[in-house]
Design a protein around this ligand. Sequence first.
Ligand code: SAH
Length: 216
Amino acid sequence: MQDTYRHKGLRKQLIETLRQKNISDERVLHAMEKIPRHFFLDSSFLEFAYQDKPFPIGSGQTISQPYTVAFQTELLRVSKGLKVLEIGTGSAYQACVLAEMGAKVFSIERQRKLYLKTKTFVEQSMPYKLNLYLADGNEGLPGYAPFDRILITAAAPEIPEALIDQLKVGGIMVIPLGFGDTQSMLRLIKTADGKLEREAHGAFRFVPLLDKIGND
Ligand code: SAH
């Protein structure tokens, strides 16, 4: 796949759109300007890659809207060297944004076909070393905990207990919480006594966080 001047131009316009929608973390904008989002979509949908819209990626899943990726990443306050756990690898676009920002990325996907497709794609086409796992994200990755940051990119009906345990004190979790039509975007900060400080940052719509590995 090629990243032409036309693609780069469309990406610049997308970044302008994100700025107009109040995304201001330059590290996020810079990472998203650098990563060719059209690589993550099937080739017949290239022209949609730089619209600010979510898009189907197969197996009934979606690549999140660029604004949502930018907003969640900004809330997460990512900086170089932080260990970040993402739940819901999907296309791995979000994971690559985190890696471009210098995070050490661990990401879990529950759908076998999508996991395999994404893993192959990342290894063949992306310059980042991502740690990708086929597992139920609700359990986290106890063997690699604790994490500085945890990002959930599917609608969670509740905050998974295991993920709270695997977050460092002072660490941040960003999670779309709720099981209705929309979810409340929460930023949770773990305090020294193990409790969570909670801030709400608006309503978003995600595909559901399910449990167990699936072939669906
Ligand atoms: N971050 C993705 C978009 C995520 S869509 C991207 O950048 O493209 C949500 C993803 O979460 C889907 O791929 C879905 O299969 C996955 N998912 C749902 N429940 C899960 C669970 N319990 N563990 C891990 N992944 C899960």
